[in-house]
Write a protein that binds this ligand. Structure first.
Ligand SMILES: C[S@@+](CC[C@H](N)C(=O)[O-])C[C@H]1O[C@@H](n2cnc3c(N)ncnc32)[C@H](O)[C@@H]1O
Length: 266
């Protein structure tokens, strides 16, 4: 079975990726700085979506090039448009699969993926393919979610219900919503050296942090209905409750913990 990306590739899905990037942009850039991203680095962003991180990386590497790969043609088109709007001439995008990216082997100083492996049913295979792209001594950097640590106060049953639906839909599709905690071990299994990790959970900017949950559920609606996990009206009602929770300034909600792992190709 090959997992399909279940959050969609329409404009609502693209809007969700914009908000996802608002939540995690700063922690992603801090991670890339930590691994040494600098002028001259050739980089690959696998499962690049609409290209927000790809373009940000391209802004750091001077005249070197950064290439984003995604299996969703709609996202590849949007990424190209985003790069053009940002006048990012050294960010390029290709259509391709994470299991066999259409890129040269052993050429990249940095091979990166954010929120890709949690959607795949063979994450180790994809990680090995990413490792093959890195030059000897190059960096492989992965960020992915771990839904286990999300909290709200006062207790928010709607959020817990959403997380339950989200995790069930992901698993039915072959994905793993708790992949974050498994990433260091997966990286070692892929043969990477010097594996290090940290967990980040941004609380700012507050609006995107809180609204990412209803946006995600709305994008997941077709997959939830298809899997028979809930009806359309049940999902709509839950999205409304999550929006009300997000708009309530007295409710504290954490972002989904993001596990950041970095390692070197021997
Ligand atoms: C949650 S999005 C993350 C996008 C981007 N990395 C970001 O952080 O904004 C996951 C992306 O992985 C892509 N994807 C899923 N499975 C893939 C596969 N097998 N090969 C390539 N891309 C894939 C999806 O099309 C989607 O763009």
């Amino acid at each position: 079975m090959r997992a399909q990306y279940i959050l969609g590739t329409d404009t609502a899905a693209a809007q969700r990726l914009r908000v996802l990037d608002e939540v995690y942009h700063q922690t992603t850039m801090a991670l890339l700085e930590r691994v040494g991203l600098c002028k001259g680095w050739r980089c690959a962003d696998i499962g690049c979506g609409t290209g927000r991180v790809t373009v940000a990386m391209a802004g750091q590497v001077g005249a070197a090039s950064v290439v984003g790969v995604d299996e969703a043609e709609a996202f590849v088109d949007m990424a190209r448009q985003f790069a053009a709007e940002r006048k990012s001439v050294n960010a390029g995008f290709v259509f391709g699969n994470a299991y066999a990216p259409p890129l040269p082997s052993a050429q990249f100083d940095l091979v990166y993926a954010r929120c890709l492996l949690s959607h795949l049913n063979e994450p180790l295979q994809a990680l090995r393919a990413m490792t093959a792209l890195a030059r000897p001594g190059g960096s492989v950097v992965i960020e992915d979610i771990d839904c286990g640590g999300v909290f709200a106060h006062p207790e928010a049953p709607a959020l817990m219900q959403h997380l339950d639906l989200y995790q069930r839909a992901m698993r039915l599709n072959g994905g793993d919503p708790l992949i974050g905690r498994k990433l260091p071990r997966l990286c070692r299994k892929a043969g990477l050296a010097g594996v290090q990790f940290q967990v980040v959970s941004p609380s700012e900017p507050r609006e995107p942090v809180k609204h990412l949950y209803p946006l995600t559920l709305a994008c997941l609606k077709p997959a939830i209905i298809e899997a028979g996990l809930a009806t359309a009206s049940e999902v709509d009602a839950l999205v409304a409750k999550l929006n009300a929770m997000a708009d309530d300034p007295t409710v504290t909600i954490s972002s989904c913990p993001m596990v950041q792992v970095w390692a070197r190709k021997s």
